[in-house]
Design a protein around this ligand. Structure first.
Ligand code: PMP
Length: 381
């Protein structure tokens, strides 16, 4: 199988698996215990924290380990509302469904929530952001890169706007980590979410980076993580996360160059070979690995099942619900019709994607989709 769904999750790298097994077998004591095995576990936790911090460009004391980006996002939004008297949230219209769902829930509970629109390329509307970010805003929360289109968001500009209004800035950097150079210190953000499983680590672990001195209340009470996240630490997961960060730090520049070249090859080949291919965010700055496109108006599910029969797995941005596939909210926010928004397919590459994988994907897509596109063109509208 050719796996082109790395924005959904990645295969754990061998170093991460080895670090997890070692933590499970040899370092399973509680890091809060004062005896020797507990102190060994505590040292492993500290070492892992240092590696994650080094990779993400922050201080070790700014790392709060969580169960993943979803928890980190909840901690940021709910914490910001609890920290002071300001009530208003400003999010982008294209946030991850988990964060959007939280925003909508808070909205239903009476919290004023505003959404910054995007243009047809998926780029954030900074003029709209400027008018929405006023001095009653508690938190501005925008993703670093969109998970469906890969389009990058203007984090530094937003952080400046947020700070000028006295608000905090949170970045959901889940899709940036491992695919773009990333520094919490340089980003200007006060809070940043990341997830291990998007960069070769295990699922169920991630972090919220919290700028030193920021008075962020905890989501889970307890004394672990400097009283910022209660619960016995997921040491095997954290060790795996740290090992993945260490490896990514060493390979990032080469990974980005390779993924970018392969993505370009895939994109150009599909545009040249098939009629009616539309690439989302083509004029925008995008992640190196993400290709979001539609093949005319062919339904994403149909395209994906054809590709899977040829051994290529990918995904649609669209969220599946009981009643069938919903059009992608990201593509809808970019102004696409419901029909087009249900046609969006996402091919996302990883550091282990090879030229052979890309050749196979090009052959499968051109071979299987050309007749379907011809059929659709011949059908009476
Ligand atoms: N935010 C973004 C932008 C994501 O892409 C994802 C993963 N799909 C998440 C948050 C959720 O991460 P986790 O699985 O660690 O909860």
């Amino acid at each position: 199988t050719v796996y082109l769904d790395h924005n959904a999750t990645t295969r754990p790298v061998p170093e991460a698996v080895a670090a997890m097994v070692q933590a499970l077998q040899q370092c399973w004591a509680n890091p809060s215990s004062t005896h020797e095995p507990g102190q060994d576990a505590r040292r492993l936790l500290a070492q892992a924290r240092g590696r994650v911090a080094a990779f993400l460009g922050c201080q070790a004391a700014e790392v709060v380990f969580t169960s993943g980006a979803t928890e980190a996002n909840h901690m940021a939004l709910l914490g910001a509302l609890k920290a002071g008297t300001r009530r208003r949230l400003v999010l982008s219209a294209v946030e991850h469904p988990g964060l959007l769902a939280l925003g909508l829930r808070l909205g239903a509970e009476g919290v004023p929530v505003d959404f910054i629109p995007v243009d047809a390329q998926g780029r954030l509307d900074l003029a709209a952001a400027r008018s929405l970010i006023r001095d009653d805003v508690a938190l501005v929360s925008v993703m670093g890169a969109n998970n469906e289109t890969g389009v990058l968001m203007p984090v530094a500009e937003l952080a400046a706007l947020a700070h000028a209004a006295g608000a905090w800035m949170h970045v959901d950097a889940t899709q940036l980590a491992g695919k773009a150079p990333l520094s919490f210190a340089a980003s200007g953000a006060d809070l940043m979410s990341v997830s291990a499983h998007k960069l070769g680590g295990p699922k169920g672990v991630g972090a919220l980076l919290v700028r030193k001195g920021l008075p962020l209340p905890p989501l889970l009470a307890g004394r672990q993580e400097r009283h910022r996240r209660g619960g016995t630490e997921n040491l095997p997961g954290i060790a795996g996360f740290a090992a993945a960060c260490k490896r990514a730090a060493a390979t990032l520049a080469a990974d980005i160059a390779r993924m970018e070249a392969l993505r370009r090859r895939l994109e150009e080949a599909l545009l040249a070979a098939l009629p009616g291919v539309h690439v989302y965010g083509r004029a925008a700055e995008r992640l190196c690995n993400t290709l979001c496109l539609r093949f005319g108006t062919l339904d994403a599910e149909q395209v994906l099942s054809q590709l899977e029969r040829a051994g290529i797995v990918a995904s649609s941005g669209a969220a599946c619900s009981a009643g069938g596939t919903q059009p992608s909210h990201v593509l809808r926010a970019m102004g696409e019709s419901p029909l087009h928004a249900k046609a969006g397919v996402r091919l996302s590459l990883g550091p282990d994607t090879t030229p052979e994988h890309i050749a196979a994907a090009i052959a499968a897509a051109t071979g299987r989709l050309r007749p379907l596109l011809a059929q659709a063109a011949a059908a009476p509208q």
